[in-house]
Ligand binder design. Structure first.
Ligand SMILES: [Zn+2]
Length: 461
C-alpha cells in the first residue's frame, strides 16, 4: 500500500500517515461562512483538500474515507448582511450555499461525504458546552458562556504561541464578563430580532468555534485522523477547537494530523478590494471587468502548480499558460481510454505531502512521451482532464460547423457581388471569440483556439 506522508502543523514535521482505522479514514475541513460569494482565496483549501480526499480514496478505497466540511450558517456577518439587505437569513444562507457548491464543483471539487450546517447541530453544541461547564473548563457570565483558557495547559500548542504572545498578537476582545481576555465565547445572548435558540443560559446562539468541535464529534468521533483549513485559522479558531474538544472528551486527541494551506495572493499582492485585485471564484469563471471567463479546470491547474504550504500567487500569465497546456493535453487524450491506474510517480509525488507541483511535472513528462492513457489516468487522480471538466476545450455547445457553413455561404455570395465587408466582419467576430478561421479553396474550417469563448458566438447566430 502507498505510504502517505503529511506535514503536521502540530509537530512541525512531515510524518508517516497511519490512519486510526484504514477502513474509515476520517478528515474534517473548516468550511465557509455563507453570506457572500467565495473569493479566490476561499477556494484554495477546497481544492487542496479535494486532492487529499482523492488520494486517500485511491489508497484506502473510495468507501473507506469520510470527509466532513461544514457550512457556518449562523454568524454575526450573516446577521449583518440580512440587516443591510433586508432579506431573510435563511434565504441568504441557502442561496450562498448553493453558489458555493456550484463554484467549487466548477473547480472539480468532489462533494465531501458530509456537509453539516451549524444550525442543524445546536443541540450537540449545547450538550458540549454543558459538559465543559460541568468539568470546570467554561463558565457562564451575563448570558454568555466562556471557555476558561487557563483551565487548559496545552492552549497555544498548535500554533506554538504562549498565551502572552497570543494576547499581544490577536485582536482580543476585552469584555467585563471575561475572567481572562483570552477566554473565548462558546455561547452568547441573542436579542429578540437575532436568531436564537433556548439554552440553559437563556435564548442565544453559539460562538463560531464550538460548531466545528460539535459537528466533528458527531460525524467523526472523539479522535479522528486529519483536520485541515487555511493557515489563517490556526489561531484562534483551531486552537479553540482543540481546547473545546480535548476538554469535553478527556483522553481524546481530537485530530491527529493538522494540515494548513498557505494564503493566496493576486499578481504578487495581497488580495484586497482597495487594490482592485479582489475577485470571487464566480467572477473568474464567468468573466469580469471586461476579462473573459476562465475555465474551472484552468483555475484548478494553476492552484495545483504551487505546493499547498507555499504562498500561491495567482497571475493571469499563469492562467494563460495553464490554459494552453490543458488544451494541448486534451487534444492528446481525445478518444483515449485512461490507463488502468495512475503513473506510480504521480501517486508518489502526491503521497509526499501533496506535492502537486511535482505531480504536474510528471504529467508534463507523460505528455511529452505521448503516453495519453497514462496522462489521462494520472491527471484524473488530481481531478484534471476528466470528461466532465472538458466542455471548455470542446466548442462549449457552439456548433462551429454551422458557423463555417454560414461563412462559406457569405463568401460565395461575396464572390458574386465583390463586396467582402460582411465576410470580413463575420471572420473578425469569430476571431474575437477565439476561433481560428482557416479559409481555403476547399472550404472553411473553424477550430477553437486559445482563449476560445463560446459565449461570444451567441450573437452571431
Ligand atoms: Zn472549524
Amino acid at each position: 500500500m502507498t505510504q502517505i506522508t503529511l506535514y503536521n502543523t502540530r509537530t512541525r514535521q512531515k510524518e508517516r500517515f497511519e490512519p486510526i482505522d484504514p477502513n474509515n479514514v476520517r478528515m474534517y475541513v473548516c468550511g465557509p461562512t455563507v453570506y457572500d460569494r467565495a473569493h479566490l482565496g476561499n477556494a484554495r483549501p477546497v481544492v487542496v483538500f479535494d486532492v487529499l480526499f482523492r488520494l486517500l480514496r485511491h489508497v484506502y478505497g473510495p468507501d473507506h474515507v469520510t470527509y466532513v466540511r461544514n457550512f457556518t450558517d449562523v454568524d454575526d456577518k450573516i446577521i449583518a448582511r440580512a440587516d443591510e439587505s433586508g432579506r431573510p437569513i435563511d434565504t441568504i444562507t441557502a442561496e450562498t450555499t448553493q453558489w458555493f457548491l456550484e463554484d467549487m464543483g466548477a473547480l472539480g471539487a468532489l462533494e465531501p461525504s458530509h456537509m453539516p450546517r451549524a444550525t442543524a447541530y445546536i443541540g450537540q453544541m449545547i450538550a458540549m458546552i454543558e459538559a465543559l461547564v460541568e468539568k470546570g473548563h467554561a463558565y457562564a457570565a451575563e448570558g454568555h458562556v466562556l471557555f476558561d483558557v487557563n483551565s487548559y495547559a496545552a492552549y497555544g500548542r498548535l500554533s506554538g504561541r504562549s498565551v502572552d504572545d497570543m494576547i499581544a498578537g490577536a485582536r482580543v476582545e476585552v469584555a467585563p464578563y471575561k475572567r481572562d481576555p483570552m477566554d473565548f465565547v462558546l455561547w452568547k445572548p441573542s436579542t429578540p430580532d437575532q436568531p436564537g435558540w433556548d439554552s440553559p443560559w437563556g435564548r442565544g446562539r453559539p460562538g463560531w468555534h464550538i460548531e466545528c468541535s460539535a459537528m466533528a464529534h458527531d460525524l467523526l468521533g472523539e479522535t479522528f485522523d486529519i483536520h485541515g483549513g487555511g493557515n489563517d485559522l490556526t489561531f484562534p479558531h483551531h486552537e479553540n477547537e482543540i481546547a473545546q474538544s480535548c476538554c469535553a472528551h478527556p483522553g481524546s486527541d481530537f485530530a491527529r494530523v493538522w494540515m494548513h494551506n498557505e494564503m493566496l495572493q493576486v499578481e504578487g499582492k495581497k488580495m484586497s478590494k482597495s487594490l482592485g485585485n479582489f475577485f470571487t471564484v464566480h467572477d473568474l469563471l464567468a468573466g469580469h471587468d471586461g476579462q473573459p471567463g476562465i475555465p474551472g479546470e484552468v483555475i484548478r491547474f494553476v492552484f495545483l502548480s504551487t505546493h499547498y504550504r507555499k504562498p500561491m500567487d495567482w497571475t493571469s500569465e499563469k492562467a494563460r499558460e495553464a490554459e494552453s497546456t490543458l488544451r494541448k493535453w486534451r487534444g492528446l487524450i481525445a478518444g483515449v481510454e485512461p490507463a488502468p491506474s495512475p503513473a506510480p510517480e504521480v501517486i508518489a509525488a502526491l503521497a509526499d505531502d501533496l506535492n502537486t507541483a511535482g505531480a504536474i511535472a510528471v504529467l508534463h513528462r507523460l505528455a511529452g512521451e505521448g503516453d495519453a492513457a497514462g496522462l489521462k489516468a494520472s491527471a484524473g487522480l488530481m481531478g484534471l482532464l476528466s470528461d466532465e471538466m472538458g466542455a471548455w476545450t470542446a466548442t462549449g455547445g457552439a456548433d462551429l460547423a454551422a458557423f463555417a457553413e454560414k461563412l462559406a455561404a457569405l463568401r460565395a455570395e461575396a464572390m458574386q457581388t465583390k463586396d467582402f465587408a460582411q465576410v470580413d466582419a463575420f471572420k473578425a467576430a469569430l476571431t474575437a471569440a477565439g476561433v481560428e478561421v482557416r479559409m481555403s479553396k476547399a472550404g472553411v474550417e473553424l477550430v477553437p483556439g486559445a482563449g476560445f469563448d463560446p459565449a461570444k458566438l451567441e450573437g452571431l447566430k
